[in-house]
Design a protein around this ligand. Structure first.
Ligand code: SF4
Ligand code: SF4
Length: 621
């Protein structure tokens, strides 16, 4: 891949394009205060920064208060994004109509959620039910009393821990807004209180906003089932109109995928000299459409500029989150249309087609048409699509995993639809445990290598890996989601993959779909009869970069899963905050799990294996 990127950057240099590789050089070395989390600019008496000579800010806040406040704001930013994403999906469900652009594709799942929320389902029109569920979901964002509904899905023990620690989230928006309030000048500066709220804001995302996004997306667009696709930059097609969807919200990408298959649009593409229309994805949007339609994945976070650099991208269509503003000026160096669609993510040098769920069909059609008509403007001399692609089987929702496990369940003896077969192979030691690998790319780590090297090491040690987000795409590009990827596995894992018919790395979706992993861990604990923190399981984000990843980290640890980070979350400036997050006396005593920050990936892999073995030993298995 690095060779291919180098050749793409050569084209970029020819046309005067900027690149993230260059911008990283321009920004290095980074400011040490920022890196340690020890600067504060939340009021205009500052900015203040903490040094030996100046141990307090002007208001008197010490380094621990400043680091903890920064950490909470980091979390709140992440929680807000996922939660807004979930809200927009709930809104889309509210607008679903039998003859509209959005329909209910999984009525069974809709009914399951309705029952869980005590909504009457008998003799009700499915669309009336959808609207009621959507409205109830939307109320979760700002209800004045009680706690979030989805938290009741967690095992009782986990819920008790949350209540005892005072971190059970109430309403989704409320936790974000309280975080902003707490971090205002002159409010909280007690690290413990700030870190508790960080966990609560994280939980309001993972067991609230993200879960809303995932669950209602399944209702609207279908619950993912295993499906074959391809990954890497080579999925772009030389003779076709290439439309790249990038961002997060499937409401947009689903519609683009739909109109790219419209015979009228295909005829238009042919009239413009192309063989057809090829849609592929970048980042989490790629995961969403790959999981549900087998749409190929062109790349992850740090490959987003590469798709334009191929010279063969007619349009890169984006919604929200993780979109480089650099795509605007970069697209101007080529014929590429950079299409922004959300009032939440406006960027210079883009064509703005505001996308609304109410007018989704006409918006999506206009976008596809713009891309198709742009094919003739392609400069063939600049076209360079590196021929790199791998096969991948994706689409492992919790429902799909249970279904696969049903295939190895003796239905005369055991119940179907449980995770017991998984618990059994872990107990027997055939599988040693599992790692949930998630998160981004970060130029601080050689892109993808941490993800891939860790995965290979875990597979060799008979540890199954479940992935989401850009980690999933790293795995797909490396061929680890190909059911043929057996050579990477130890004997036990290999046998399990063969018997169940799965690849050793299971693609569970986008970043909001990490909520699927929380359900998986909860259901596994219930079926096993133990606490989540006892399962030989770790979370890992080796190349994380976004605020969302911090929010995710907070809900993963709060769920009882030890979490390993390959990049420091700007907390090293305070030993008190470091102890709270990573020590034995902080969050570990509240939620039975904590963080490990380890920049040496080789060491991190060993530590995860050790942690899994220690959990096994504690269970006596
Ligand atoms: S809140 Fe305190 S530490 Fe922060 S900028 Fe204002 S005076 Fe400085
Ligand atoms: S994994 Fe990180 S970079 Fe990738 S889409 Fe999610 S938040 Fe963005």
């Amino acid at each position: 891949m690095e060779e291919a990127t180098a050749s793409l950057l050569e084209t970029g240099a020819k046309v005067g394009a900027d690149s993230w590789q260059q911008r990283v050089k321009n920004q290095t070395p980074h400011c040490g205060f920022g890196e340690a989390g020890t600067c504060c600019r939340i009021c205009s008496m500052g900015p203040c920064r903490i040094t030996k000579k100046a141990p307090r800010g002007i208001c008197g806040c010490d380094v621990h208060g400043i680091v903890a406040r920064n950490y909470l704001r980091f979390t709140a930013g992440g929680s807000a994004t996922h939660s807004d994403h979930g809200r927009s999906i709930a809104h889309t469900l509210y607008l679903a109509k039998p003859d509209g652009a959005y329909q209910v594709k999984d009525p069974e799942k809709l009914k399951r959620i309705a029952k869980e929320w005590d909504i009457e389902t008998e003799n009700k029109d499915i669309y009336d039910l959808a609207h009621e569920v959507a409205l109830t979901g939307l109320m979760e964002y700002g209800k004045p009393f009680g706690t979030q509904r989805f938290t009741k899905r967690a095992p009782e023990h986990t819920q008790e821990l949350w209540d005892k620690a005072g971190i059970t989230p109430r309403a989704i928006d409320r936790e974000v807004s309280q975080s902003m309030h707490m971090t205002h000048m002159g409010c909280s500066s007690l690290p413990e209180a700030l870190i508790r709220q960080s966990l609560r804001a994280g939980l309001s995302d993972g067991w609230g906003g993200s879960m809303m996004g995932t669950e209602l997306s399944d209702v609207l667009f279908g619950t993912p089932k295993p499906i074959d696709t391809e990954a890497n930059i080579g999925v772009m097609e030389k003779d076709m109109v290439n439309i790249v969807v990038h961002g997060h919200d499937p409401s947009l990408s689903e519609m683009v995928v739909f109109y790219a298959q419209d015979p009228e649009m295909i005829a238009l593409a042919k009239a413009n000299g192309a063989k057809g229309i090829n849609v592929c994805g970048v980042c989490c949007t790629a995961n969403e459409v790959a999981m549900r339609h087998g749409i190929p994945m062109a790349g992850n976070f740090l490959q987003q500029e590469n798709v334009v650099l191929t010279g063969a991208c007619e349009a890169i269509v984006v919604d929200v989150q993780c979109i480089f503003p650099a795509l605007g000026p970069l697209s101007k160096c080529f014929h590429t249309k950079f299409v922004t669609t959300s009032p939440i993510a406006r960027m210079p040098d883009s064509e703005y087609i505001e996308f609304h769920e109410e007018t989704a069909a006409e918006n999506a059609k206009a976008i596809v048409k713009m891309a198709v008509e742009n094919f003739k403007n392609r400069n063939q001399d600049l076209v360079n699509i590196p021929q790199l692609k791998s096969k991948a089987r994706v689409g492992y929702s919790v429902e799909a995993i249970k279904k696969c496990l049903d295939g190895v369940t003796n239905s005369h003896v055991d119940e179907l639809g449980t995770l017991k077969p998984l618990a059994d192979v872990v107990k027997a030691g055939v599988l040693r445990g599992a790692v949930a690998m998630v998160g981004c790319n970060n130029p601080k780590v050689r892109p993808d290598t941490a993800h891939i090297e860790l995965m290979k090491k875990l597979l060799k040690n008979d540890i199954i890996v479940v992935v989401s987000g850009c980690s999933a795409q790293a795995a797909a590009k490396a061929g680890l989601m190909d059911p043929e990827a057996k050579e990477f596995c130890g004997e036990g894992l290999k046998r399990v993959c063969e018997l169940v018919g799965i690849p050793p790395v299971l693609h569970m979706g986008s970043c909001v779909d990490i909520s699927r992993m929380m359900i998986l861990a909860s259901d596994l604990a219930k079926d096993w009869g133990c606490n989540i923190s006892q399962i030989p399981l770790c979370g890992c984000a080796p190349e994380w970069m976004s605020e969302k990843a911090v929010s995710i980290g907070n809900y993963v640890v709060s769920t009882g899963i030890d979490t390993f980070l390959g990049v420091d979350p700007y907390s090293k400036g305070s030993e008190e905050v470091t102890e709270l997050l990573q020590g034995e006396t902080g969050i570990k005593t509240w939620v039975e799990a904590n963080y490990t920050v380890e920049l040496d990936i080789e060491k991190m892999g060993d530590m995860m294996i050790e942690r899994i073995e220690a959990k096994r030993a504690a269970l006596g298995i």
